[in-house]
Design a protein around this ligand. Structure first.
Ligand SMILES: C[S@@+](CC[C@H](N)C(=O)[O-])C[C@H]1O[C@@H](n2cnc3c(N)ncnc32)[C@H](O)[C@@H]1O
Length: 335
């Protein structure tokens, strides 16, 4: 059927698609169409700042939502989660206590509603220093190892063995866009490498990608080859033990429950540059957190200036996952 859409190069389609999702502008009843090196994304109406074209789109086959087909008693239906994570072909869902006995039925319904899913696993929480997830397969078969694609980057990971979250895709991309060619970067808690790989794909840089978890570093090394990116040095170590011996133009600190305890060590490695500092914190405390960071920086002989504070996502009621973009200099440089 004839409708309106935005024509974009394939290489830019993923980032546009995510921006349009945030704006709730995509017409989900129509298929994204291909035209040579371009794709055409169907949209619901005018989209500010974009040129629209007329296109003959195919209608999508309507699939039921999993909540509509899950075989659970009616009185428990209200507990069915409204969201889950999709990592490659593995779906990870938190099962509420009320629905524990029906978890396999829920898994089956998700497999029916999402034909691309190979395994559905119940998420028993992110645990320990390595931030890995305890998973129980509730539908489908095979390992929970998978390959996830984010902005054209392929990320191989088993979320039961190494941390990965599909919810930070925009953040990986945002940081990569801020980086300048030639920078020396420390990805202090690199995991399987989503920040490092996105940066290395877009810019010509050297990155120390550090992680304590040997399995994360093994995946990171595989992912470097899988994506044919250069300039990443994967290091299996405690970042605290080595960061003071390194120097960098930029440090990424995504260990949001405990990065604060590493900040003073990290800040010593930057004389004139940036730290992207992530923390999960009560919303009421987020704004004033900068004062604590300034104090730690001062005791390391550095000055910091807050350029940006962004609330990336909800974490729990009244709590968010935040990032502080901090400009760092030593006392001699006037910011
Ligand atoms: C929340 S994950 C973030 C991973 C990655 N940056 C991402 O966005 O997917 C934090 C990572 O820090 C690692 N980690 C925890 N303590 C560490 C330490 N002392 N030194 C280096 N890595 C550490 C964990 O193994 C985990 O992979």
């Amino acid at each position: 059927m004839k409708s309106r859409g935005i024509k974009v190069r394939k290489s830019e389609a993923e980032s546009l698609r995510r921006r349009l999702i945030e704006m709730d502008a995509i017409d989900r009843e129509l298929r994204v169409e291909k035209d040579g090196e371009y794709v055409i994304i169907p949209v619901k109406g005018d989209v500010k700042g974009y040129e629209l074209i007329e296109w003959d789109f195919e209608k999508k086959e309507k699939r039921p939502r999993y909540q509509e087909i899950a075989e659970v008693p009616d009185e428990l239906r209200e507990y069915l989660p409204t969201s889950f994570d999709i990592i490659g072909d593995v779906v990870i869902i938190k099962i509420p206590d009320e629905l524990e006995d029906y978890r396999k039925k829920i898994g089956k319904a998700i497999m029916q509603a999402l034909p691309s899913a190979r395994v559905v696993a119940a998420d028993r929480g992110v645990k320990g220093e390595y931030r890995t997830r305890e998973l129980e397969t509730i539908a489908g078969e095979g390992p929970t190892e998978t390959v996830h694609t984010e902005y054209g980057i392929r990320i191989k990971v088993d979320p039961a063995k190494a941390y990965f979250s599909p919810r930070l895709a925009n953040e990986h991309q945002r940081i990569a866009e801020l980086v300048k060619d030639g920078e020396e970067i420390i990805d202090m808690f690199a995991g399987v490498g989503p920040f490092s790989m996105m940066i290395a794909k877009m810019k010509n840089v050297h990155i120390y990608a550090i992680d304590l978890n040997p399995a994360a570093i093994d995946y990171l090394n595989e992912n470097i080859v899988l994506n044919n990116v250069h300039g990443i040095e994967a290091i299996n170590a405690d970042a605290r033990a080595i960061v003071r011996s390194l120097t960098a133009d930029r440090i990424i600190m995504n260990l949001p429950h405990s990065a604060f305890h590493f900040f003073e060590d990290a800040v010593t490695a930057v004389d004139d540059g940036w730290i992207h500092y992530y923390e999960i914190i009560e919303d009421a405390r987020a704004k004033e957190r900068i004062e604590d960071l300034k104090e730690l920086a001062e005791s390391a002989g550095k000055k910091i200036r807050l350029e940006r504070l962004i609330r990336i996502r909800n974490y729990a009621p009244g709590m968010g996952h935040y990032v502080w973009d901090l400009r760092i200099s030593d006392e001699a440089i006037n910011l």
